[in-house]
Design a protein around this ligand. Structure first.
Ligand SMILES: [Cu+2]
Length: 101
């Protein structure tokens, strides 16, 4: 019986360690799993384009934060991976009239 208790305690410690670990830029808290997607976006030429992408993406469920930069042609999009994935974000950017990869 004592062995079982030790095993139980041990597995609990291991499990709680794992849930506290972070992989790269992925954060796990409750049911929200956030991830930063770094995309190359072609076609942005001014601040207005950045805003178009920002506003367009922020309407979608699962988008937490959007940073777009037309000078470098990149966008960093923080998403909740339980609600949206990279391919959906790319498709949405293309629907807005830009090319993302
Ligand atoms: Cu523009």
């Amino acid at each position: 019986m004592r062995k079982v208790l030790v095993l139980f305690a041990l597995s609990f410690v291991i499990l709680s360690c794992q849930s506290g670990m972070k992989s790269e830029n992925q954060t796990v808290s409750g049911k929200v799993i956030t991830k930063e997607l770094q995309l190359k976006v072609d076609g942005m030429t001014c601040d207005g384009c950045e805003m178009t992408i920002k506003k367009g993406l922020e309407k979608l469920d699962g988008i937490i934060e959007v940073k777009a930069d037309h000078e470098s042609g990149t966008a960093i999009i923080t998403v909740d991976t339980t609600k949206i994935d990279r391919s959906k974000v790319v498709a949405s950017i293309e629907e807005l009239g830009y090319r993302a990869r």
